[in-house]
Design a binder for this molecule. Structure first.
Ligand SMILES: N[C@@H](CCC(=O)N[C@@H](CS)C(=O)NCC(=O)O)C(=O)O
Length: 204
């Protein structure tokens, strides 16, 4: 049995959605990051970096990094069509997921945990503000990309589940997300997907 280690409200939601959309049999273990559970030995034995998501595979090995887990989910069940079948199409989806993991997520981290990015407490406000502004800019880019489209690509892909996470983070940060009309419509379509509903109720 696969086991997903996730934290509520975190980027692990994208991996959770990918596994559910792929129809993989898995159970979940919630990690309470607010209580510091991710920094204690039992979880560090799963992921020594103390991050979620992590996926324990049936053979006992552990897969970390959101993109890798989502890719694993998609490739484990090609019939779920979470990635385009052609190499160029698949690479385009991976390209946007790489941007999400290496630019969009870190921009939010600068807002959420500025103390990790400066040793000077006075500088934290600036780090926080710049992080949020950059994150907002990425959200506007996602919105523009969705104009006239149902999904980020011609069909639903892993990238849509990942984008869904950032919309929620934008709301949490108090950004005027509803002004991003294409992204807002995309969020409504995501929330109408049965797999997403199951994931949201499991994490609630
Ligand atoms: N590069 C990792 C980043 C994962 C990550 O930063 N996860 C956050 C939650 S969104 C986390 O576990 N943070 C706990 C911490 O850093 O203390 C990935 O994409 O999976």
């Amino acid at each position: 049995m696969h086991r997903l280690f996730y934290a509520q409200g975190s980027s692990s939601l994208a991996a959770h959605i990918a596994l559910e959309e792929a129809g993989i049999e898995f159970d979940v273990q919630r990690i309470d990051e607010d209580a510091g559970e991710h920094r204690r030995p039992p979880y560090l034995a799963i992921n020594p970096r103390g991050k979620v998501p992590a996926l324990r595979l049936p053979d006992g090995s552990v897969l970390v990094e959101n993109i890798a887990i989502q890719f694993y989910a998609a490739r484990s069940n090609p019939a779920a069509a979470l990635l385009p079948p052609d190499p160029a199409g698949e690479a385009q989806v991976l390209a946007i997921m790489a941007l999400f993991a290496t630019a969009v997520h870190p921009a939010f981290s600068h807002f959420f945990a500025p103390q990790r990015f400066t040793g000077d407490p006075v500088g934290e406000t600036g780090v926080r503000e710049r992080g949020l502004a950059t994150f907002h800019e990425h959200c506007r880019d996602i919105d523009a990309r969705l104009a006239g489209r149902v999904w980020l690509f011609d069909t639903y892909t892993l990238a849509d589940g990942y984008a869904f996470v950032f919309y929620g983070w934008g709301l949490r940060a108090g950004l005027p997300m509803e002004a991003l009309v294409h992204y807002t419509a995309h969020r409504a379509r995501m929330m109408a997907r049965p797999a997403v509903c199951r994931v949201l109720s499991r994490e609630a």
